[in-house]
Design a protein around this ligand. Sequence first.
Ligand code: ADP
Ligand code: MG
Length: 290
Amino acid sequence: MRELNSTSRQATALPPYATHPRAADAVIRIEHVTKVFRGRNHDTVTALEGVSLSVPYGEFVTVVGPSGCGKSTLLKMIAGLVPVSSGRIWYQDREVCELNTHVGYVPQESKLFPWLTLEENVAFGLEFRSFSRAEKARRVHYLIGLAGLTGFEQHYPAQLSGGMSKRASIIRALAYDPAVILMDEPFGPLDAQTRMILQDELLNIWERQRQTIVFVTHDLIEAVALADRVVVMGHRPGRIKEVITVPMSRPRNIFAIHRQAGFAEAHERLWNIFRHELNFITHRAGGESA
Ligand code: ADP
Ligand code: MG
């Protein structure tokens, strides 16, 4: 897969925004970002406050935090779908000021296009890339095989199971061959077995391609099992509470992750931070209702 990646990454021309002096260190650089949403009645919600994070090339980062702490907003800002209120986000050496077409984004409620076949769905993003027709066909074929979907190329989404659709929406983002993939709780609605199979497949694909992945989840086991580092966010206004380095070696065995050296320590550390956060929320909810 190496040769698949190298050409497209270098061929991308970016608009002439400011250039970051230390772009080579990190593919994503979030600097003191705050996001305030304004409602119709001039009320405001501070979704994120003073968030800073650098993600090096090829890292698998997971982001966990309670519901409403700004995880989805953070991904949308990296994708350039939502502007920051203050602070800056850099992608490679350029500031993100508009839709960031260099990242693949799998939104929380990601769906396939129902009027396209599985194969057409996976090929969709490639229309915007300058690959030859043969190269496009090769990539689509390769990824469909990798995701275990061979034989279903001509099926429509309504004819696929939930797990198959989810797999297809993930390889649709991979086919586009971005250097960075943002995934927002991609396995959220799936049952436990399907989740594990997809986690395993995602890790297999990532081992081969080594794209940078920023993966939002509310599942602490998933967060540790997949990541090089886990970013732990706290409740509103969303802030980064801690960043945990996961010391487990790779490749990892998702199906026996509990037994792998380093898992228990990382999970316990994460759970301890989370427990404080949950206590805080419960305490505050109690206080508010009193
Ligand atoms: P998470 O993904 O961690 O559950 P979100 O990023 O979706 O959290 O939301 C963070 C906070 O920002 C929430 O309080 C949410 O209600 C608010 N929010 C998100 N998007 C908007 C929006 N477009 N307008 C107003 N408030 C929003
Ligand atoms: Mg969300």
